[in-house]
Write a protein that binds this ligand. Sequence first.
Ligand code: SF4
Length: 338
Amino acid sequence: MTSLVIQTAFLGDVLLTTPLLAVLAERHGPVDVVTTPAAAPLLETHPAVRRVIPYDKRGADRGIAGLRRLAGGLRAERYEAAYLPHRSLRSAALALLARIPRRVGYSDGWRVLYTEARPRPRDGHEIDRLLALADAAPRHQTLPTLQLSVADVARARALLGMETIRTPFAALAPGSIWGSKRWPHYAALAWRLVERLDVVLVGGSDDARLADGIVAGTRDAGASHHAVSLCGRLSLRESAAVIQEACVLVTNDSAPLHFAQAMGTPTVAVFGPTIPAFGFGPRGPRDVVVSVDGLACRPCSPHGPAACPLGHHLCLQSLSVDDVLHAIEETGALHSRD
Ligand code: SF4
């Protein structure tokens, strides 16, 4: 019988859950997944997934009525087991209301609503902590996975062609929903990079204004290469296709980092108020983390606050463009795809 996974957290968390989906699919066949409408396209094409069930918990399905309606639909599927990687009361209640007989969650979650509570490893990468939910041992350097369609790749390439982007090009992801995690020197980095190669800004429509400002700044550089913003102009999988085409992605500690991991693109990850030891860092063989050592206030929050509580934002302000350029060199990306 098909298992159900309920994962309604952020986009990055959904991608990090894909190795767990793969393990469950190996054991019992492809799984069904309840996730947010925003994250659904990340799983619709995934080989470990039979069906994606969008749960618009803040919109059409909000409140108890929406929860009961969705639970009723799930009940009809007669799932044998539900896996609950997100420590959310709503997810636990959904599995209970759907009368799924086996409900597997973490022991630091809503134990009273689970039938099995597995210890959540305190340390290690989030991918491995998620695998523990299925009692699966950490798999050495496992990365998230994302299946692109032919149309995703074609659309991404068409847009890159329309914008006269030449390979190799660098992708930059300057946004983050947490303000304090945004490295403030992307404009200066783009200015320096267009001396050597084209630059593509990636992100959602919320990042478009920031990216437009970065692109505008490069127009005075008088360089032979140019920068464009594709923020808000592509679907999630098309954005991943652009990242796949890039020779390197420079990103904050945010969702694009995990997209690059899934696409195997060398990643330079700039960490400020958070640290890779939280479990969300890059783990590809050519990835490089840029961060400041010896700052007493760092890390200051599990997610990164909206703004630096001390006002100086030294954790990211002090990381220079040269630091990031050095990290890009360290990945070898500028040379291997020349
Ligand atoms: S308190 Fe420290 S770690 Fe937190 S945002 Fe400010 S500078 Fe960064």
